[in-house]
Write a protein that binds this ligand. Sequence first.
Ligand SMILES: Nc1ncnc2c1ncn2[C@@H]1O[C@H](COP(=O)(O)OP(=O)(O)OP(=O)(O)O)[C@@H](O)[C@H]1O
Length: 259
Amino acid sequence: MPSLPDTLGKPARTDEEPAPALELRSITAGYPGRPPIVQDVSLTVPAGESVALLGPSGCGKSTLAKVAALLHRPVSGSVTLHGAPVTGWRHRAPRAQRTSVGFVFQQPRTAADPRLTLADLIAEPLRATRAVPRRDRGAADARVRPLAATVGLTDDLLTRRPHEVSDGQLQRACLARALILRPALLICDEMTAMLDASTTAALVDAVETYRAETGAALLAIGHDRPLLTRWCTRLLDYPATPAPPSPPPVTARPIAHHH
Ligand SMILES: Nc1ncnc2c1ncn2[C@@H]1O[C@H](COP(=O)(O)OP(=O)(O)OP(=O)(O)O)[C@@H](O)[C@H]1O
């Protein structure tokens, strides 16, 4: 009997492009009781690429980012992560899909639990997903310390709480927390908006070191065009799809005079 080809069970083609890290198709999203803020927006982050989404404050970039990170359910449209369609948001999303996306918020003070030390803050996703046992501090520390060093946090800072560190130091911890489960896609929503130039450079460096090591893709959101131009290989202006045609000009009506 002839031996079976050793490609059995493998994809027929090996030169196929990997599925995009993120695909948003015709996303419409908003908040209850108001018209949608994000209207019919589509964008793609190819596997391993860095894409910047630029747009003015208040246009809906953060809302779109939260949809992509499975934190906010859109009204309509589809999200695909690494080729797998997303069918549920927040607690309804499968854990593997949720943990494949790391998210860094603009405001570290509102994103960080003030009661936790920076070490516990960074370890939070490890405990939440039971990647390490809840009470096994040694196992958590073994993951937290080397990662904290890559974002520029020294051991003495790890025992402090958020009110005992600067915004920049807290944002470094928030970046480490976003990376600890080794996500294949990182979304940074105005990560450096409130930081000085040297902290900004250090955080961008840390993200790029992580990406070089893991091949992770990046969606960086913000309004600092020079920074995002240096950082990312592709730039998209929000909205990423053509805007709908503008409404016809309002026809002036004669003002009624009452005598
Ligand atoms: N949880 C919420 N409930 C109700 N409205 C919200 C909520 N979050 C945001 N909004 C509103 O949605 C609009 C778009 O906000 P979003 O944060 O998505 O914009 P943005 O482009 O990211 O702005 P910025 O750059 O200032 O963060 C704003 O008018 C905001 O007030």
